[in-house]
Design a protein around this ligand. Sequence first.
Ligand SMILES: Cc1ncc(COP(=O)(O)O)c(C=O)c1O
Length: 400
Amino acid sequence: MSYKPNNRIYLCLAHMSEAGLEQQYVNEAFTTHWVAPLGPNVAGFEQDLEEFVGCRKHIAVLSSCTAALHLALRMLGVGNGDEVLCQSFSFCASTHPITYCGACPVFIDSEPDTWNIDPMLLETAINDRIRITGKKPKAIIVVDLYGMPAKWDELKAISEKYGIPIIEDAANAMGSCYGGKPCGSFGQLATFSFNGNKIITTSGGGALVCHDEATKQRAIFMATQARENAPYYQHETIGFNYRLSNVCAGIGRGQMTVLGEHVNHHKHVHELYKKLLGEVEGILVKDNPSDRYDSNFWLTTVTIAPSIQVKGQEGPFKTYSDCEPNGNVEALRVFLDKAGVEARPLWKPMHKQPVYKDAPAYVNGVSESLFKVGMCLPSGPYVSDEDVYYIVDCIKEAIA
Ligand SMILES: Cc1ncc(COP(=O)(O)O)c(C=O)c1O
């Protein structure tokens, strides 16, 4: 192995435009005294996002995607005692906001093509919940996980058939498309994340995608403490302090100029992993299931066959529960870590999290088995071709 990177290789490091536009917009916020959760950068960033997503969408920028998901649930009237159907295979932020509303998550497992919510299981769960509770679940949260679009045709048909709205968690999927349409345009409401490790960043931030201007204005009202239009502070509804700062929105405006470049880079890195790992038996790079899917490959993910022998896989490893990644996966993660490469297991399904042990779950085993064999590899704008060659060489070396 001749090439050795100078720095640790991270999954997805924030990367600013070479023109330094982020800094310029931030400076402008300072010099014009718009250091507040409103101002020209907020409006400008929303306009850029609306142009990017198209499909006549109206977008409110917020302090995080978690906040956007919470707001989306509140906007759909989710409250105490309601049930919300939610993709189990995801980051906790897809789920926790349900509990902020006093509602109960009902977890749905994934299907193997996209790793996202299984439409068949979803329909079974809807009928079962109606039978058990006597009422319809209030909403469905679908995730485009790791940038991979969900099975939108089937999911939208189910949503329409039962009259249950979908919130699309497109935190990972900015720039991904399904059937030629952008992720973030499928749910009745949708969300993006601009956290530091996403396709673009505002350091921390998120957005709520709405179908019409009235819904966007309602979201902004709810995100600014639901302050009524009076000269003094008049409140008739409980709101939140969820608006994005004009300083952070300045970073977002600059990032919009490199969004296309970032998406192309993630896809390029994924292609290179596919080519290089294609020669390694037992390691499979997750790919688009058909040409209807066009993932941004926010993170390239792989699955590692249980038969693959990795140095040190006997452990001992510290265990935290009875649901852990396989020994060869953990050994590979540790090997890469020592070689200066950040790798991460796939999300642990929410129905296997102790905090949700009492929540109903409709399970087919797909997400749990993926969690045991899966891993995320560095994919961000700073990951060079040399880095990918180095990472693949490390993987080959780790395999005994
Ligand atoms: C699928 C998913 N949903 C939601 C979030 C939350 O985003 P934020 O950190 O902007 O709140 C994340 C963050 O990684 C995510 O991966």
